[in-house]
Design a binder for this molecule. Structure first.
Ligand code: DQQ
Length: 505
C-alpha cells in the first residue's frame, strides 16, 4: 500500500507531534505507545513465523480519535518493539473512508488476512485485506464490505469488531453488537472463503436489565471487541461492555461453546480498572499461551492530551490461565523480566498497626515491584507509589482482608495522585481472594502515567499524572492491623522507547 496520497500532508499536519510526545514526562517508556498521535484498541494480534505482530487503532495526525488507521509493530519477545509501516489507511472513498476500525488477523492457507470494520458515515461493516508474507503490505479486497448490511429484522444498537476462527472446513466469525431492549450480543456468521458470509444468529445475548449503568459488572447495551477463546479447557467469551456515554469496561463470560451457542457459567470482571483496560484482544502464541493486550485510555483532560501530542497506551502483554476459582488468572508475560535492573531485595519484616516503611533504596517512575504479604483478618496493607517527598501527591494500592474468611478488596486510591483538578481521581476496586493464611502475591508495574497491578491473578490497571512527575518517585508500605512482608523485591525497569519515533515508519 502506498502512502503518497496522505503521507506528506499528514506529516505537515502532525509536525512536532512525535517530539512533543517524547518530551512528555507522563509518557511510558516500556509500555508500547504509538510514535505520536492517537492509539486505541489492539488489533490483528498474531505470532507469525516466530514474530509477534501488534496492530493497533492509530491516528498519526493528532491525539484524537479520528479517521483511524492500523498502526503496526513487531517484536521477537513481547518486550522490544519495532515500528512497521502503517498497515491500513482509510480509503479516499468506499467502505472504510472514515476509518479502519477494529479487527483480527487470520491465516488463510498461508495468506495473512485481516477482517476489520470499515467505517463510512455512521456505519461500520466487515472488510477484508490480504497481506504479503512479512505482513508489511496490505491490499484491500475490491469486494469490500464483505457483509453488505447488518442482519435484517433485528433492532441492533451497533454492529462492529470481529473475532474470526477456523472450525473444520469452515470459517466462523463473531461481530459485536447489541439487541435493543435486551442486551449486548455476539452475532455468529459462517463462510467458506472469508468473503461470503452466512448469518447464523446471535451466539449469546446478555441481559442489560440484570444491573444498571454505573455498576462495574453491567454488561451494557452493546458488546465491543468480542473475543472467543479457550483457556485450560474452559471457553471464554470476552467483550467490552459499552453503552453510549455511560459504560466502557471489559468483562468475560466463562462457559461452554458448542454448535451455534455459548452456554454461560459465570460473568466476571476482566480488569478492575474498567475503562483503563479496554477493548482487549488475545491470541495464542507458538508456546500455546493465551496472550492478551488491552488499551489504557487517558485520564487527564482533553486539552492536556492534545498538548502532549499523544494519547493511549497498550497494556503489557498478559498470560491468561484458569484460576482456582474458575475465573481467569492474569500475569504479565515472564519475558518482561529482561528489563529489570538494579535489584533491591528487602528482608522479611512485620508491619504493625499504623506503621509505614518508606523504601529509600527503591525509587522511581519505571519500576517493577513484587511482594508476598500475609495479612491478618481485618488488616490491610497499603503500597504507596509515585509519592512526592512532601506526600502531597501519592498513589496507594490497598489490599484489605475481611474480618473473617479469605475474602477482601483490592483498591486503588487516586484521590491524591495528582493536584491537577482535571485529572480523573476516581478510586477503582474489586474483590480479592486471599490464601487460607491471608497470603497475597502482589505485582505492581509503574511506568510513568501507566500503572498495572496484579494481586493473586486479579488485575487493576489505571493512569496517574502527578503534577511534579520528577519528584513523585517515592515508594512506601504501610499497614492497618498486622501484615507480614514475606518478600519484597524491586527493580528499575529499562526503557524500550527512548528516542522520538517517526509517525509514518
Ligand atoms: N474502538 C474501535 C471500534 C471498537 C472501539 C474504533 C472500542 O472498532 O468498537 O476505533 O474501543
Amino acid at each position: 500500500m502506498t502512502h503518497d496520497l496522505t503521507a506528506p500532508a499528514a506529516s505537515r499536519a502532525a509536525e512536532g507531534l512525535a517530539e512533543r510526545a517524547h518530551r512528555d514526562p507522563h509518557r511510558p517508556r516500556y509500555h508500547f505507545t504509538a510514535p505520536g498521535g492517537w492509539l486505541n484498541d489492539p488489533n490483528g494480534l498474531v505470532h507469525w513465523n516466530g514474530t509477534y505482530h501488534l496492530f493497533y487503532q492509530y491516528n498519526p495526525l493528532a491525539a484524537a480519535h479520528h479517521r483511524i488507521h492500523w498502526g503496526h509493530a513487531t517484536s521477537p519477545d513481547l518486550v522490544n518493539w519495532t515500528d512497521e509501516p502503517v498497515a491500513l489507511i482509510p480509503g479516499q472513498d468506499g467502505p472504510d473512508r472514515d476509518g479502519c476500525w477494529s479487527g483480527v488477523l487470520v491465516d488463510d492457507g498461508g495468506v495473512p488476512t485481516l477482517v476489520y470494520s470499515g467505517r463510512h458515515g455512521e456505519r461500520e461493516l466487515p472488510c477484508v485485506a490480504t497481506g504479503s508474507t512479512d505482513l508489511r503490505h496490505w491490499k484491500k479486497d475490491p469486494a469490500n464490505p464483505v457483509i453488505a448490511a447488518p442482519p435484517a429484522g433485528v433492532d441492533l444498537t451497533a454492529y462492529r469488531d470481529h473475532c474470526v476462527w477456523r472450525e473444520g472446513t469452515l470459517w466462523r466469525q463473531l461481530v459485536g453488537s447489541g439487541i435493543r431492549g435486551e442486551g449486548g450480543t455476539a452475532l455468529l456468521y459462517e463462510s467458506d472463503d472469508l468473503r461470503n458470509w452466512r448469518y447464523v444468529g446471535p451466539l449469546f445475548t446478555g441481559d442489560a436489565t440484570h444491573a444498571a449503568a454505573g455498576d462495574p459488572d453491567w454488561s451494557g447495551t452493546m458488546w465491543e471487541c468480542v473475543d472467543l477463546f479457550r483457556v485450560d479447557g474452559v471457553d471464554v467469551l470476552a467483550f467490552s461492555a459499552w453503552d453510549e456515554g455511560t459504560t466502557h469496561h471489559p468483562l468475560y463470560w466463562t462457559g461452554t461453546y458448542h454448535g451455534d451457542t455459548f452456554t454461560p457459567t459465570a460473568l466476571h470482571r476482566l480488569d478492575y480498572g474498567q475503562r483503563y483496560f479496554y477493548a482487549p484482544q488475545s491470541t495464542r502464541d507458538a508456546q500455546g499461551r493465551r496472550i492478551m493486550f488491552g488499551w489504557l485510555q487517558e485520564g487527564r483532560g482533553d486539552e492536556a492530551t492534545a498538548q502532549a501530542g499523544w494519547s493511549g497506551v497498550m497494556s503489557l502483554p498478559r498470560v491468561l490461565t484458569l484460576g482456582g476459582d474458575g475465573g481467569l488468572f492474569q500475569t504479565p508475560v515472564p519475558e518482561l523480566a529482561r528489563l529489570r535492573r538494579d535489584h533491591v531485595g528487602i528482608k522479611p519484616f512485620a508491619l504493625t498497626d499504623g506503621t509505614r516503611a518508606r523504601f529509600d533504596s527503591v525509587q522511581g517512575d519505571q519500576l517493577d515491584l513484587e511482594a508476598t504479604l500475609r495479612i491478618a483478618p481485618g488488616a490491610g496493607a497499603r503500597l504507596v507509589v509515585r509519592e512526592t517527598p512532601d506526600g502531597a501527591e501519592r498513589t496507594v494500592v490497598e489490599l484489605s482482608r475481611d474480618g473473617s474468611g479469605d475474602t477482601g478488596t483490592l483498591r486503588l486510591h487516586r484521590e491524591h495522585s495528582s493536584l491537577d483538578p482535571d485529572v480523573d481521581t476516581e478510586p477503582r476496586y474489586g474483590p480479592l481472594s486471599f490464601s487460607a493464611d491471608g497470603g497475597v502475591d502482589l505485582r505492581v508495574l509503574v511506568d510513568h502515567s501507566a500503572l498495572e497491578i496484579f494481586a493473586n491473578g486479579r488485575a487493576l490497571t489505571a493512569r496517574v499524572y502527578p503534577t511534579r512527575p520528577r519528584e513523585a518517585v517515592g515508594v512506601a508500605l504501610g499497614a492497618t492491623g498486622g501484615v507480614i512482608v514475606e518478600r519484597f523485591d524491586a527493580w528499575r525497569m529499562a526503557s524500550v522507547f527512548d528516542t522520538p519515533r517517526p509517525l509514518w515508519p
